[in-house]
Design a protein around this ligand. Structure first.
Ligand SMILES: [Mn+2]
Length: 335
């Protein structure tokens, strides 16, 4: 870790321009990490561009500088170093993958256990609750002074990836970072949390009633499944980003070990999210071609919903130990 941190710092000092990229469907950690890192590099006199393949969700647009994050690849600085944030692999950067691969220098800063170490420097720490936490300690090691907007961005990164410091990825180091941010700046955690976690537009609630209506329980009520579709988004006037966090309703049912949420992208593709209480969600997602964290993971399956759902349910039952590997296959399954 320390060696990779030193390597990262050396690369930052050596390079003059940077393209910072976070993942598709950016979350609070992606946006907060992009903004804090971007402002830190700009403060060092570097030329900086900020990218995500999808637009900044509404709930993060109050963060200063979020309007500088663009989805347009033509803004890419061809001689710039790439800084990839919160991405376990380059697929997660969407349309920016090729541009990143063309870069002479790639700095990979991430906290996913499944990170592929695709960088020139790989500042990867699976023990960190958020990429924002790694950035906080990186900037501290560089002795770079923070600004109030960087502190807000990092606080949002820490609080969103820990579900308000509630998830079991929250550590003393996470709290220390948050405490230092509160100590140094006049942040209001109540206002920030309300903005990020509580206030939702009406279409969110209209969508929620539809999604909760799809609830199914399996495996002795230890697996809860929710399903959403593009039609539901259209009918309720909601955006894709309004689905963010909805999966927790499945996981939070008493007695449920695995919460699963499907999003039907098209008749031929589904996105699947996993939230678990005890089971290794990242191992479950990996079997299905995805990845993530121990308690939160996901995958994308290029097949129709009904078939994908059958496979996912079978793997989830297996992960619970409810199925013996051989008993898991019914007659019509391929071996
Ligand atoms: Mn993250």
């Amino acid at each position: 870790m320390e060696e990779q941190q030193n390597k990262t710092i050396a690369l930052i000092h050596r390079q003059q321009s940077f393209n910072l990229v976070a993942h598709i469907q950016p979350d609070g950690d992606s946006i907060g990490s992009l903004l804090a890192m971007g402002e830190a590099l700009a403060g060092l006199g570097k030329t900086v561009r900020l990218f995500t393949a999808d637009k900044v969700p509404r709930k993060y647009t109050f963060l200063k500088g979020s309007d500088q994050i663009v989805t347009a690849p033509e803004r890419w600085l061809e001689d710039g170093a790439a800084v990839v944030l919160d991405c376990s692999d380059l697929e997660r950067t969407g349309i920016f993958k090729e541009a990143i691969l063309r870069s002479a220098v790639i700095i990979n800063i991430d906290h996913h256990r499944t990170n592929r170490h695709f960088g020139t420097a790989n500042l990867v720490d699976a023990a960190a609750a958020a990429t924002g936490e790694i950035i906080f300690y990186l900037l501290k090691a560089m002795e770079l002074p923070l600004t109030v907007s960087m502190a807000e961005a990092l606080y949002v990164a820490l609080s969103t990836d820990t579900g308000s410091f509630k998830f079991e990825n929250t550590t003393a180091a996470t709290h220390r970072a948050a405490a230092e941010l509160l100590e140094q700046f006049d942040l209001n955690p109540g206002t920030l949390s309300e903005q990020v976690f509580d206030l939702r537009p009406l279409p969110f609630y209209l969508l929620l009633t539809k999604v909760l209506g799809t609830l199914e329980l399996h495996g002795d009520k230890k697996i809860a499944i929710l399903t959403a579709s593009r039609e539901m988004l259209e009918q309720s006037g909601a955006l894709r980003e309004d689905l963010d966090g909805m999966i927790n309703f499945a996981r939070n049912i008493e007695g449920v070990e695995i919460g699963i949420m499907f999003f039907i992208e098209s008749p031929a593709e589904v996105k699947v999210g996993f939230r678990s209480r005890t089971v290794d969600a990242s191992a479950l997602a990996e079997v299905l071609g995805g990845g993530g964290h121990a308690r939160a993971a996901g995958c994308r399956m290029r097949e129709p919903y009904v078939r994908a759902r059958e496979k996912v349910l079978r793997e989830a039952l297996r992960a619970l130990g409810a199925l013996e590997p051989s008993a898991a296959l019914s007659a019509k399954d391929e071996p």
